[in-house]
Design a protein around this ligand. Structure first.
Ligand code: NA7
Length: 521
């Protein structure tokens, strides 16, 4: 989504540009993630690109939260419409990028042995594009198919009558479980920690509805521009304690019945900041779970006890809790009965052996920095990006890093794109970066690098923004936590939590001040 828009902009500005794509077709997230149930959690009409009126006029979304196949069709439609495909080289796996400080160029090494050079190197490599597998004994010994959700095969997988294991209950696992519970023979879910999930309330979009959405696009995007998350849902400015109990319960009932992230991003503002407010809302959601899961012992296992609602990414679900009322669905709490190993025929826990035809790992990603760590970026004086970021990313505006001139991260750590409705966030960054490139070309600028002071100030600012939020304590990808990656068991300040409007304002000020904080030469 990000790279394609940047390509479009650069081509329009007459730049000499090529896109290197690891996959053998376009789509990024929507190319790789093909698991059943995969869909937007953003309202479809807030997720599409906003830059072309023609595109908005001709594209019909068929569901409020569009599924992966339609999303992939959308990306292909955009690529064909704007004739972008010929500028993309597929199957290019960038392994190394080395900066030459004398000639001001990057040399790129690809896995197939090819070498390319460029003046400006822009990354649009995704924030959730480095999937991680658990470190379990015997994983290679399993005789049936097993894969990470990110690598769900392109060829149809017949689940009918199959005994399926799903490990992981994050946003991905929750989508998958809800979608396949009634398709498989037996489904066994291996849950390490439960999540606070909320109903998505997806529905088809009728032709009349689409017409009214289309007529309303300007207002929809205006709304998205003005909320911290780039969604149509913005926080309610009241605090929980200010609102009489009956009124707030009625408000929460409405939120629970509202489609999308309203329940997370449209809640009272202190729910995500104050322990007491959060505990009260979490209790409300816990009761909802108890109301939906028939077996009370099972219901308690599905209610998080170690963190409150919304401090981790809220998985949006469709019939997720009801899946556990089915006789063919079984929950294994790994906390009680840990997985001991994967066997040739299934999974052995401390309690018993399970036999499976298929094992699916919905175990998440080395988020945000994982894709960067996968490339050996070598900057000035031979310094390496992955070494400099060992204890957490250091950036200026989430866009650039000291020691790595002319390297621009279009959806980098510590930028707002990661904490917002992604296309809304990246349109801001791409538009801004395109302005900077024009500025550079007009003035014959060949080298752009942030100052050490600007980077230190921004990184400290990002860290400070975490302090007011309960999410700072959660073990999730928002804090850079991943038990499957060595060294990622401590807090890293990955995302900018100041909200999209504030970020946009800051970018505008930086540009107005002649790109303050950047050294242009
Ligand atoms: P997440 O949200 O990181 O979830 C990963 C899940 O996998 C989560 O339930 C983890 O449990 C579980 N997990 C991870 N490693 C293991 C091991 N080793 N053993 C057992 N269980 C494990 O990734 P998703 O793909 O669901 O979602 C990522 C983003 O994609 C999401 O935020 C959306 O923006 C789209 P844990 O909770 O860590 O105990």
């Amino acid at each position: 989504m990000c790279g394609l828009y940047q390509l479009y902009k650069l081509l329009r500005n007459g730049a000499d540009v090529t896109v290197l794509e690891r996959g053998d077709d376009v789509g990024g997230t929507w190319y790789w993630n093909r698991y059943p149930g995969c869909r937007f959690d953003s309202e479809s009409y807030t997720y599409g690109y906003s830059f072309s009126k023609e595109l908005l006029a001709e594209w019909d979304w068929t569901e409020h939260f569009s599924p992966q196949p339609e999303n992939l069709r959308y990306v292909n439609h955009v690529v064909d419409k704007f004739e972008l495909r010929t500028h993309i080289q597929f199957g290019c796996n960038l392994t190394r990028a080395v900066w030459d400080d004398e000639h001001h160029i990057w040399t790129l090494e690809l896995a197939d042995g090819r070498t390319l050079t460029c003046r400006f190197l822009l990354t649009a490599i995704g924030l959730l594009s480095a999937p991680t597998m658990p470190r379990l004994t015997g994983m290679d010994s399993f005789r049936g198919p097993s894969f990470h959700t990110y690598h769900w095969p392109k060829a149809p997988v017949d689940l009918t009558g199959k005994r399926v294991a799903v490990i992981g209950t994050g946003a991905t696992g929750v989508q998958l479980i809800g979608a396949i519970a009634d398709k498989v023979g037996q489904l066994t879910v291996f849950q390490r920690r439960p999540n606070w999930c909320a109903p998505l309330h997806n529905a088809p979009i009728s032709a009349a509805e689409m017409a009214s959405i289309r007529a309303d696009y300007a207002e929809i995007f205006r709304k998205c521009d003005n909320t911290p998350g780039g969604f149509i849902h913005g926080p309610d400015r009241r605090r929980v304690a200010e609102v009489p109990r009956e009124e707030r319960l009625a408000f929460w009932e409405r939120l629970y019945a509202t489609p999308g992230f309203a329940i997370w991003l449209g809640n009272f503002r202190d729910v995500l900041m104050d322990e007491a407010a959060n505990a009260e809302f979490s209790a409300f959601v816990a009761d909802k779970i108890r109301g939906r899961v028939k077996d009370p012992v099972l219901a308690e296992k599905l209610i998080p006890k170690d963190h409150g609602f919304g401090v981790q990414r809220v998985p949006m679900e469709t019939r997720y809790y009801e899946a556990y009322n089915r006789p063919n669905v079984h929950l294994v709490s790994i906390g009680e009965t840990p997985i001991e190993r994967i066997t040739p025929t299934g999974i052995r826990t401390s309690e018993r052996d399970y036999e499976f035809d298929l094992i699916v790992y919905a175990t998440g990603f080395d988020a945000v920095t994982g894709a960067f760590d996968g490339i050996d970026f070598v900057g000035t004086d031979g310094q390496r990006l992955r070494d400099n970021w060992r204890d957490g990313p250091l950036t200026y505006l989430g866009l650039q890093v000291v020691g790595f001139p002319n390297l621009f991260m279009l959806a980098g750590p510590q930028s707002a794109s990661l904490s917002t409705n992604f296309p809304r966030g990246i349109e801001t960054v791409v538009d801004w970066a395109s302005g900077l490139f024009e500025h550079a070309v007009e003035r014959g600028i060949r080298r752009i690098e942030p100052t050490a002071e600007a980077q230190a100030e921004w990184t400290a600012h990002v860290e400070e923004l975490y302090q007011g939020l309960l999410l700072r304590k959660a073990k999730s990808w928002f804090t850079g936590y991943n038990s499957n990656v060595e060294g990622h068991d401590k807090i890293r300040y990955m995302i900018y939590n100041g909200g999209a409007p504030r970020y946009r304002q800051r970018l505008a000020e930086v540009a107005q001040q002649g790109y303050a904080g950047f050294r242009l030469g």
